[in-house]
Write a protein that binds this ligand. Structure first.
Ligand code: SF4
Length: 449
């Protein structure tokens, strides 16, 4: 979601004649779009902005700003120890950034050296802001795009700062989203990912259920019907509100990819309750089973927090048990990080860092072993890859993803970005598959066989 928001801001600045630079030391405007979900992300952004103070001394005309979640949560307090910061812009105001940047630049241009410092802080709520994230700059031969369908979250999980930084749930209309996706497809996009903090509860406050289908399933159907769109993803859903109409959508909508990222957070019912995640481990496992029945072979990934306040060895072992039972294709494992003004941060039975670290390490081993085993089982098979272009770590290789969201790396003499390629998998790690493209005629023969 942050990537998508950053793109929106970049697009609005480019629209006014700004250009991207390779390095911040060449830039006249440096904006850090921040994340607050863990304390480490906050500290990284603060450290980075502190380091940028060096540029501010050498080039005083440069505009520096914090955007996004940390800006929203901390507001003008961010100006205190970082005197070169000119802008603090919250999560409902990304569309105003270009105006603010112009404004600050103009002030700096005409400012006498002894003028008082001028800065802009805007972290107010703004009605309709969910509809302002809608245009994007596409790279040449871009294959995939994110589409923001809603903002905010009303769930108030006790560990999470998002309801404070992103506000209450607000959804765009189906028509507006379909128009955006249609335009992206006309510009060459093959796959879209619908984004929301709690994506399956899209539209629940604004739009009615129709024919027993939730607004989210209605949206999936409408986007699925767009000619030329080939793959449809969404992230992230909540197990609550993941009802039968959405499970059935996996039977009816073939463009819906064979991958579901379904955060579980813990396998202990006691901890789930303390987290204010209002499902049980048994209900989660049952949901996964029903999705797998509707879409055999679907890859399931998840998020898990270890070391939540009060988590005992027994609770942690319940999480391991769930991970073993579900056999996730992969999982993001996080050590619990207390966030200011969240109920969990005030809980008295905080888990010590050594225990968190040990559980994190132990669980990652379990998750990686399963990911490795599942990926290994694909060696020798042929997978359909949507090529996204050169690999970020090795530009001589191409990279893309399967419908199951596995990263595939392969060599090819031709430029293949934004095309579908059949790749024979030859090697696998827990994170990636490595293979060789097979010629189209061979692929057809294999398919026929
Ligand atoms: S559902 Fe997700 S975004 Fe919303 S409060 Fe819970 S963890 Fe945070």
């Amino acid at each position: 979601m942050n990537e998508r928001d950053s793109e929106q801001v970049a697009h609005s600045l480019i629209g006014r004649g700004y250009e991207r630079t390779e390095s911040e030391s060449d830039a006249d405007v440096v904006l850090l779009n921040t994340c607050s979900v863990r304390d480490m992300a906050d500290q990284k952004a603060l450290g980075k902005m502190g380091m940028l103070g060096r540029i501010a001394k050498e080039r005083p005309h440069v505009v520096f700003g914090f955007l996004g979640c940390m800006a929203q949560a901390r507001g003008s307090s961010l100006l205190k120890n970082l005197p070169h910061v000119d802008l603090v812009v919250g999560t409902q105001k990304f569309h105003r950034v270009a105006d603010y940047v112009d404004n600050v630049l103009e002030r700096k241009r005409h400012r006498a050296m002894d003028d008082p410092r001028f800065s802009i802080v805007d972290v107010e709520e703004e009605a309709g802001s969910q509809s302002t994230i809608r245009e994007q700059q596409l790279a040449r031969k871009q294959a995939t795009a994110f589409v923001s369908i809603m903002q905010g979250c009303n769930m108030h999980c006790t560990f999470c700062i998002v309801p404070q930084t992103r506000g209450a749930e607000r959804s765009r209309s189906i028509e507006e989203i379909v128009t955006e996706v249609r335009e992206l497809v006309a510009r060459g996009i093959k796959e879209v990912t619908l984004l929301g903090q709690i994506v399956n509860l899209y539209g629940r406050h604004e739009f009615p259920r129709i024919d027993n289908k939730s607004p989210f399933v209605q949206l999936l159907e409408a986007v699925h019907a767009i000619d030329g769109l080939q793959r449809l993803r969404f992230t992230s859903p909540h197990p609550i509100g993941f009802r039968q109409d959405l499970i059935t959508a996996y039977r009816r909508l073939p463009k819906l990819v064979d991958h579901l990222h379904l955060p579980v957070q813990s396998g202990s019912n006691r901890i789930l309750k303390a987290m204010h995640r209002t499902y049980t481990a048994e209900k989660y496992i049952d949901l996964v089973q029903r999705v797998r029945e509707a879409r055999p072979g679907i890859a399931i990934t998840t998020d898990i927090i270890v070391g939540f306040p009060g988590e005992t060895d027994n609770d942690y072992n319940q999480t391991k048990k769930l991970v073993e039972e579900v056999q996730f294709d992969n999982a993001f494992v996080f050590r619990y990080s207390p966030r200011r003004d969240t109920p969990a941060a005030a809980m008295i039975d905080q888990v010590d860092e050594t225990t968190k670290e040990a559980r994190n390490h132990d669980l990652l081993e379990l998750v990686n072993a399963c990911a490795q085993r599942l990926n290994q089982s694909l060696v020798g098979s042929t997978v359909e890859v949507l090529c996204e272009g050169p690999s970020k770590t090795n530009r001589s290789r191409l990279a893309g993803r399967t419908r199951t969201n596995k990263i595939v790396l392969f060599e090819s003499a031709e430029e293949r970005a934004a095309t579908f390629i059949d790749v024979r998998v030859e090697r696998a790690t827990g994170f990636s598959l490595y293979g060789t493209p097979i010629a189209a005629d061979v692929a057809t023969a294999i398919a026929a066989a």
